[in-house]
Design a protein around this ligand. Structure first.
Ligand code: NAD
Length: 482
C-alpha cells in the first residue's frame, strides 16, 4: 500500500523531527470505525532508538535541563499545560480517529490533562527532601530527592495521551529526561505531542518519541542507558519488561491489567448501582484497565439488578465515535475484536448464559454488542482473564464475607466498586478488598492527586499523587560531620 496520501508524522529525537536514520518502513494507522488507513509514522530502527536514548542521556548529564531550577521546570510544565488547553480538540480528534473511542470522551480527557501538569508543577517547587533527626550530636543528616535519570515510557493503545502524561508530568517535575514509545496501533497523538514540546522550547533531548512495535520496545527496554522504565500495558508484556529490566537493575513501574469487581449489596440504590455498573464496564467499549468486568451481586437482588442493567445495555447507541449521540464505539483492533468474541464463546461453552448481547453488532466492522453474562462462576476463564471489551460477568454472592472472598479471588487488584447504603459496611469491605483504587457508590473517578496502580498482577508502583512523583526520584542522604 502506498503511504503517500496519509497524514505523515515523525520521530522526535534530540529536538529534531525526522523519518529515521535509514530507509525506515512506515507504520500505518487505521481508523477502527471506517477501517481506512489515515496516518503513518516511521518504524524506528535500532539506531534511532539508540540515538534517542543517547540524546536523553546527554540532556540529563550535561544539557541545560540538568541545571534548571525546580521553578524553571515548573514553568515548563505550566507552558505545556497551556498548549494542551489550546489544542485539546485537535488531540481528542486524533485519538478518536486512531483508537475509535468517543470523541467527546477523548475531549474530556484532554481538557482535564493540563491539571496533571499544574499539579506536578506545584509538587516540583514544594519540599524536595528532609532534615533527619540525627542521633549523633556531631552529625547532621539530610535527604535530597533527585531525578532518577533517563526514563523510557511505553504506552498502550487505549488512552495514549493520558497514559503518557501520567508519566511525563512527574518525570519532568523530578528533573528526568524522557523517551516515549507509543503503541504501534495508536502512535499519532504521541508523535503530534512532540510538536507542543518543540513549541514549548524544551531543551533538545529532554523529550524524545520513537514509534514502532514490539521490536522498538524491546530495544528500549534492554538499553543500558535507561535508568527507569515506566510501562502501561498487558501483564504478559509487563512480565517480559520486568525480566529485561532486572538485567541492568533498571527501575521499573508497571501499570497492568485488571479484573475489577463491582460489589452490589442488597441495600444498594439499584438505579444508581445499575448506572455505575454500566459506565464502569461499557465506557470506552470496555477497553479500560479499570473496567468493572465482574459484577458481584448479593443473591436476593440479582434479578432486578440484571434487569436494570440489561434495560440500559439495550438502549446504548453504537456508532460513529465522532457523533455526539453515540454512546459506544467499535473495538480498537481486529485481534482485540476476535479475542472478545472468542472469550464470550468460551464462557457460554463453560455454562454462562447470555442475558444480553454476545454477538458482533449490527453495525458490522469492529462493533461488538454490549454483553451481559449470567451464570458465571468466578473460576471460569471469563471471570479470571482480562477481556478488555464490553463484557460484564454476573456472579452472585451470599454475604459480606463471600463478596470479599470473590473480590479477592483474582490474580489482579487494580480497582473495585462497592455499592451499599451502609457506610460501615462500605468501609469494612473497602479495607479488605485488595485493590489499588476503591470507589464507594461510584466508579472510575481519578485525579492527579490520587495515586493509581495495582496490587498483585495489576502492577508495581503508583502513578499520580506524591507516590507518582517518587517513582521518578532517587533518595540521597547527606551526612555532614560538624
Ligand atoms: P500491550 O502490552 O500489548 O502493549 C503495550 C505496549 O508495549 C505497546 O506500546 C507495545 O508496542 C509494547 N510492547 C509489546 N511487546 C513489548 C516487548 N516485548 N517489550 C517492550 N515493549 C513491548 O498492551 P495493549 O494491548 O497495547 O494495551 C492493553 C493493556 O494495557 C491491557 O492489559 C490493559 O489493562 C492495560 N492497561 C493498563 C492500564 C493501567 O493503568 N493499569 C491503563 C491502560 C491499559
Amino acid at each position: 500500500m502506498t503511504t503517500d496520501t496519509l497524514q505523515a508524522f515523525h520521530l522526535y529525537i534530540d529536538g529534531q523531527f525526522s523519518d529515521g536514520t535509514g530507509d525506515n518502513a512506515r507504520l500505518v494507522s487505521v481508523n477502527p470505525y471506517t477501517g481506512a488507513p489515515w496516518a503513518s509514522v516511521p518504524e524506528a530502527s535500532d539506531a534511532d532508538v539508540d540515538h534517542a536514548v543517547d540524546a536523553a542521556r546527554r540532556a540529563f548529564d550535561t544539557g541545560p535541563w540538568s541545571r534548571y531550577t525546580p521553578q524553571q521546570r515548573a514553568a515548563v510544565l505550566r507552558r505545556l499545560a497551556a498548549l494542551i488547553e489550546r489544542d485539546a480538540e485537535k488531540f481528542a480528534r486524533i485519538e478518536s480517529t486512531d483508537n475509535g473511542k468517543l470523541y467527546r470522551e477523548m475531549l474530556g480527557q484532554w481538557r482535564y490533562l493540563p491539571e496533571w501538569l499544574y499539579y506536578y508543577a506545584g509538587l516540583a517547587v514544594s519540599d524536595i527532601g528532609a532534615v533527619l533527626p540525627s542521633d549523633k550530636p556531631n552529625f547532621t543528616a539530610v535527604t535530597r530527592r533527585e531525578p532518577v535519570g533517563v526514563v523510557a515510557a511505553i504506552t498502550p493503545w487505549n488512552s495514549p495521551g493520558l497514559l503518557m502524561l501520567w508519566k511525563l508530568a512527574p518525570a519532568l517535575a523530578a528533573g528526568c529526561t524522557f523517551v516515549v514509545k507509543p503503541s504501534e496501533h495508536t502512535p499519532v497523538s504521541t508523535a503530534a505531542f512532540a510538536e507542543l514540546i518543540h513549541e514549548a522550547q524544551l531543551p533538545p533531548g529532554v523529550f524524545n518519541v520513537v514509534t514502532g512495535g514490539r521490536r522498538v520496545g524491546e530495544r528500549l527496554v534492554a538499553h543500558a542507558g535507561i535508568d527507569k522504565l515506566a510501562f502501561t500495558g498487558s501483564d504478559a508484556v509487563g512480565r517480559s519488561i520486568a525480566e529485561a529490566a532486572a538485567r541492568n537493575f533498571t527501575r521499573v513501574s508497571l501499570e497492568l491489567g485488571g479484573k475489577s469487581p463491582q460489589i452490589v449489596f442488597d441495600d444498594a440504590n439499584i438505579e444508581l448501582a445499575a448506572n455505575g455498573v454500566i459506565s464502569g464496564i461499557f465506557a470506552a467499549t470496555g477497553q479500560t484497565c479499570m473496567a468493572g468486568s465482574r459484577l458481584l451481586v448479593q443473591r436476593g437482588i440479582e434479578r432486578p439488578l440484571v434487569e436494570a442493567i440489561v434495560e440500559r445495555a439495550r438502549s446504548i447507541r453504537l456508532g460513529d465515535p465522532t457523533d455526539p449521540e453515540t454512546q459506544m464505539g467499535p473495538v480498537a483492533t481486529r485481534p482485540q475484536y476476535e479475542k472478545i468474541l472468542a472469550l464470550i464463546a468460551d464462557a457460554t461453552s463453560e455454562g454462562a448464559r447470555i442475558a444480553y448481547g454476545g454477538k458482533p453488532a449490527a453495525q458490522g466492522g469492529l462493533f461488538v454488542e454490549p454483553t451481559v453474562l449470567t451464570g458465571v462462576s468466578n473460576d471460569m476463564r471469563i471471570a479470571q482473564d482480562e477481556v478488555f471489551g464490553p463484557v460484564l460477568s454476573v456472579i452472585p454472592f451470599d454475604d459480606e464475607a463471600h463478596a470479599i472472598a470473590l473480590a479477592n479471588d483474582t490474580r489482579y487488584g487494580l480497582a473495585a466498586g462497592i455499592w451499599t447504603e451502609d457506610v460501615r459496611r462500605a468501609n469494612r469491605v473497602a479495607l479488605r478488598v485488595r485493590a489499588g483504587s476503591i470507589w464507594i457508590n461510584a466508579y472510575r473517578t481519578v485525579g492527579p492527586f490520587a495515586p493509581f496502580g495495582g496490587f498483585g498482577h495489576s502492577g508495581i508502583g503508583r502513578e499520580n499523587g506524591h507516590a507518582g512523583l517518587a517513582e521518578f526520584q532517587e533518595v540521597k542522604t547527606i551526612w555532614t560531620e560538624l
